[in-house]
Ligand binder design. Structure first.
Ligand code: FES
Length: 149
């Protein structure tokens, strides 16, 4: 008859297995959390913020007011023939700076000779879409622009 001894089960061995299983669970859990965060990213809430730009008297005196949006892009507040507009000056073709031409009630991009109307819509030239617009809020004499941050 063969003398086979069963492995000795000790308290130290049991604790070692327990620690190893706990460590595996912690590391796989962390990896799973990162993978899930990558596959299902948290939705970033878009906050709308009202930003003071100028007052009506200053706008009438100067004709336009240049400001920067929350991302630092330049935009201009204008008084078109039918109301106030806040429009990005970044051309939607290749990103050149378009200029407001009050005498023509249009924006002009000098890079490829594009023209946009006072609402930012493309009138001529290669831009694929209108200039970005911002909502304008007038409260008494103060003029605000609504920006997404
Ligand atoms: S960048 Fe404005 S028309 Fe090309």
């Amino acid at each position: 008859m063969e003398n086979v001894t069963a492995p000795k089960r000790t308290r130290r061995g049991f604790l070692g297995v327990l620690i190893m299983l706990g460590s595996l669970a912690a590391s796989y859990g962390t990896a799973a959390a990162y993978v899930l965060g990558f596959v299902y990213p948290k939705r970033r809430d878009i906050l709308r913020q009202r930003v003071y730009v100028t007052d009506l008297a200053t706008l009438k005196r100067e004709g336009q007011k240049t400001f920067r949006d929350a991302q630092g892009r330049e935009a201009v507040l204008i008084e078109a023939s039918d109301g106030l507009r806040a429009i990005s000056t970044t051309c939607t073709h290749l990103g050149c700076r378009s200029l407001w031409q009050a005498e023509h009630n249009t924006f002009h991009c000098p890079c490829h000779d594009a023209t946009f109307d006072a609402d930012g819509n493309v009138v001529s030239g290669p831009p694929p879409r209108p200039l970005n617009r911002y909502e304008v809020v007038q409260q008494g004499e103060a003029i605000f622009v609504i920006m997404e941050v």
